[in-house]
Design a protein around this ligand. Structure first.
Ligand SMILES: C[S@@+](CC[C@H](N)C(=O)[O-])C[C@H]1O[C@@H](n2cnc3c(N)ncnc32)[C@H](O)[C@@H]1O
Length: 294
């Protein structure tokens, strides 16, 4: 297995008429690489993972809304009763496909909180994190939890779900991000003009679970967010100084930051104090009230 997954054929796994089904070669690569003895799929759809595991003689537990399991309300472990070496998901990409309708079409159970029915991208991301935490909980220590996800575009706006997913889980557990090429998509047959770029790939994001409990994971996330917040402020002030030829009076720095980051200023009533703090920590006063880049 390497970081480019390219399978022009989907293989004889699952049901090709279940919309959004994936190529079984993804699960096959994962199994051949990580050699799990137990493989869990938390949203198995048409059973692609089940077929691959059967072929490769790997123990398998498959869950989905149509099996009465809802990863936004039920702990995976309460269903499986044991942790697995590999916990896989291939969730809906927000509302790109209506899976309630899909299950109805295939005469499958349709109860539960379908991830394809979220009212906003924010809700989709919140519930996706719950799914990932749930998968992580069901993975044994040093086990793998992994998800296949595509990015999303709506009314001209682009959302990088893979980047959001990576940010919402522990940084030090991220093992790899593989690109999976998509074949036979509508957009691959069209020529587009202008700035539009069709999306012809998905991502397989792979994490390896460490010992840490969920609480220390939250602490780490808070520290990461604080660091990103402080780094953003530092870089905005630095860019302001660069635009002012690397040396400027405090009032000119305030004005330049206002030009550069009006939205950030709008939500921070104490922005002048924040700028002074950033200057004191990171830059040098060359004379009273005048600052320069180091
Ligand atoms: C992209 S499909 C999976 C397709 C599958 N990999 C295949 O090859 O057939 C996503 C699946 O997520 C399921 N799903 C959506 N929300 C869910 C939830 N809250 N809990 C469990 N499964 C959910 C849907 O029923 C659907 O079958």
């Amino acid at each position: 297995m390497n970081s480019i997954l390219n399978f022009p054929e989907r293989g004889n796994y699952g049901n090709a008429s279940y919309r959004g089904n994936c190529s079984g070669y993804v699960q096959k690569e994962l199994i051949e690489h990580f050699k799990p003895t137990l493989f869990i799929d938390v949203c198995e759809g048409s059973g692609t993972s089940a077929d691959v595991c059967k072929e490769l003689n790997v123990d398998y537990i498959g869950l989905d809304l149509h099996k009465g399991f809802d990863f936004t309300r039920n702990a995976v472990l309460n269903f499986t009763k044991k942790q697995a070496d590999l916990v896989f998901s291939h969730p809906p990409y927000h509302n790109m496909i209506d899976y309630k309708a899909e299950r109805l079409k295939h005469n499958l159970l349709t109860t539960g909180n379908d991830l394809s029915s979220c009212s906003s991208v924010e809700e989709f991301l919140e519930l996706s994190q719950l799914m990932l935490l749930n998968q992580r909980d069901a993975a044994r220590k040093n086990g793998i939890y992994t998800t296949l996800i595509g990015d999303y575009r709506k009314s001209g706006e682009f959302f990088s779900f893979q980047s959001d997913f990576i940010k919402m889980m522990p940084k030090d557990e991220l093992l790899s991000v593989a690109i999976k090429l998509q074949h036979n998509t509508m957009s691959s047959f069209k020529n587009y003009n202008g700035s539009f770029l069709p999306n012809n790939h998905e991502y397989l994001i792979i994490w390896k679970k460490k010992e840490a409990d969920v609480f220390s994971f939250i602490e780490t996330k808070i520290a990461e967010i604080k660091r990103t917040y402080n780094d953003s402020w530092k870089n905005i002030v630095k860019l302001a100084l660069m635009k002012l030829d690397n040396k400027a009076k405090l009032d000119d720095i305030y004005s330049m930051v206002m030009v550069l980051a009006p939205e950030k200023i709008k939500v921070n009533n104490h922005y002048q104090a924040k700028i002074r703090q950033v200057l004191q920590v990171n830059f040098t006063p060359v004379e009273r009230g005048v600052w320069a880049l180091n």
